[in-house]
Design a binder for this molecule. Sequence first.
Ligand SMILES: *[C@@H]1O[C@H](CO)[C@@H](O)[C@H](O)[C@H]1NC(C)=O
Length: 200
Amino acid sequence: MGYHMGFDVALVGIAGGLSLCWDTSISAEIQFSSTYVICSMMKSINTGREFRAYWIYGTPYREAKNEFWYWMEQSFAPTNHAWFCGGDFNEFLWGHEKSGGSEPSHSRPKFLHNFMSKMALMDMGYVGPCFTWRGRAHNGDLVQEWLDRGLVNYEWQTAWPNTTIYHETIVGSDHCPLIVNCEPRSRRSKRFLKFEANWA
Ligand SMILES: *[C@@H]1O[C@H](CO)[C@@H](O)[C@H](O)[C@H]1NC(C)=O
């Protein structure tokens, strides 16, 4: 895919597995990895700017969530480095981030809220359709949720204030890809399309 460097976390049976790739514009140091996370420090070769990049796969299993999120809160800490923490958290923040299936309970644990406030991370929002995952309820109904997102700290916002996350089209997966663009000016102008009435 054009990347020169990479790091993998192996599958467990036929499930899981994580893969992180980067090109020669980045130097990366893997600090820690497990079934659920790859923690890296990255540095842009051109600008010399360093940032912390944590890549998350949150457990999807309800009975494992308490332990997983407790571990996340104990293992990570806020930082003065620019920090991007993103991936498939398998959690949503608000009830309206789920559509179809059973109503989200108001009393459900706020794992992601708590993690974000302890780590001083904020959600970056998105451009595109809201939901990043779709599946089927037991009765066959379509269920959609916003499970994949990017969180950043204050230092990241200061360094790359125009960072934009795009929810791209779902192809060959139940999740959509997320594109994170730290300096999105050129992309936006390239995509701009003027519709001419006489085309109709
Ligand atoms: C962010 O976008 C604004 C508006 O397009 C632009 O003026 C500004 O230079 C950008 N900031 C950075 C740091 O790229």
